[in-house]
Design a protein around this ligand. Structure first.
Ligand code: XIL
Length: 354
């Protein structure tokens, strides 16, 4: 990130005092090179516009990442929050910061089953389709030239991996129809952006991974301009070794860019009677994240779109904001104080081999 913006940051002094505070609270971090300096592909993080006012977050982002994904504020739920008009203040701010800092921006997400039901309620056939097209044209058109890529359709596969999800989009425009239409509209609005189909649990649930692959095949055959495949990688650290490698290899077989788009790996105990120690769970976490990093590194260079974590510090994680959290989860690559941890060193080691 550049010097001018650093000097312009009104809270730069705050950043120094925050560092002092953390320095006394934490043991010296292992010396780990910045991820973006060792990886032969972009390193990304989710961002909320409020984090741009947190000098510690900004300093860490400047050091570590060269791509950002808006965590919430480029979603339909945010943009269509007020009836009759579109809200772009926060996503515009993120886009401006990316431009000023020379950081790539990945758009997330145009069409998602969990959003837009209310805003589109009451629209029938033709009106629904017109509003759908208009939304994509307005949003993707606004950020044309400002971002490199979009998650055009997010999470289309059924939770159990058995077929596609039923949603207001699929009911109005057809199971494959809404996806094909979304990709076509996105391409019209921004012909240069790489257009992604993105989903989660693809490594965790092989049946869901297989359905995703079949869906991609079908949509491509139908002519949908899918330009890349996103695997969110909210990893379940319990899954057997090898499952992540298989999925990444299968995604790679399409020859399209692959985006690890939302990496985190919760330490949370999901099962009763789970007596593993925290150390054991950290080891398990590291093994799975390293497997993902290695599988990603094994893709041909031109297919390694970016490796994105769903937040920088553990304390930034959405999992920390969820009702089941005990306040101690460590799902991300940097600790609460923004320091590297053994997991960070392991990942940097894998990327540094490239
Ligand atoms: C989550 C954000 O982290 C939360 O802040 C928000 O309230 C809900 O969405 N899959 C996705 C992301 O594609 O958009 C989700 O992000 C996490 C799961």
């Amino acid at each position: 990130m550049n010097r001018r913006a650093l000097l312009a940051a009104p809270l730069a002094l705050g950043a120094l005092s925050a560092c002092d505070r953390f320095a006394t609270a934490q043991p010296a971090p292992p010396s780990v090179p910045p991820l973006k300096s060792v990886a032969p592909f972009p390193i990304g993080s989710a961002v909320m516009s409020g984090q741009l006012d947190d000098p510690a977050w900004v300093a860490l982002a400047r050091q570590q990442v060269n791509q950002l994904t808006p965590e919430w504020e480029m979603k339909m739920e945010y943009i269509l929050q007020s009836p009759g008009r579109m809200t772009f203040d926060a996503p515009d701010r993120i886009a401006d910061v990316c431009a000023a800092e020379g950081v790539r921006l990945h758009g997330h997400a145009l069409i998602w089953y969990s959003q837009g039901e209310q805003a589109f309620a009451g629209l029938d056939g033709r009106a629904f389709a017109a509003a759908f097209d208009r939304y994509i044209a307005e949003v993707a058109g606004r950020y044309r030239g400002k971002l490199v890529s979009w998650d055009v359709v997010n999470e289309p596969i059924a939770e159990d991996g058995n077929g596609l999800r039923d949603s207001h989009w699929s009911r109005a425009l057809g199971d494959d129809g809404y996806m094909i239409r979304a990709f076509e509209q996105a391409r019209l609005a921004d012909p240069d952006a790489v257009l992604f189909l993105n989903d989660y649990n693809l490594e965790n649930n092989p049946a869901k991974g297989a359905t995703f692959l079949r869906t991609v095949e079908r949509l491509l055959k139908a002519g949908a301009p899918i330009g890349g495949l996103g695997t969110q990688s909210h990893l379940d650290i319990e899954i057997p070794a090898g499952q992540i490698t298989t999925l990444i290899r299968e995604l790679g077989a399409f020859g399209l860019p692959v985006h690890v788009s939302e990496l985190d790996a919760s330490l949370r105990r999901e099962r009763r009677g789970d007596f593993r120690s925290r150390v054991q769970r950290l080891e398990q976490q590291q093994a799975r994240v390293v497997e993902l990093a290695e599988a990603f590194m094994s893709l041909p260079a031109r297919q390694r779109f970016a490796f994105t974590a769903w937040g920088l510090r553990d304390s930034d994680s959405w999992l920390r904001r969820d009702g089941r959290d005990d306040g101690k989860d460590q799902p991300l690559l940097f600790d609460d104080a923004g320091q590297a941890k053994p997991l960070t060193a392991a990942v940097a080691g894998v990327f540094g081999r490239g």
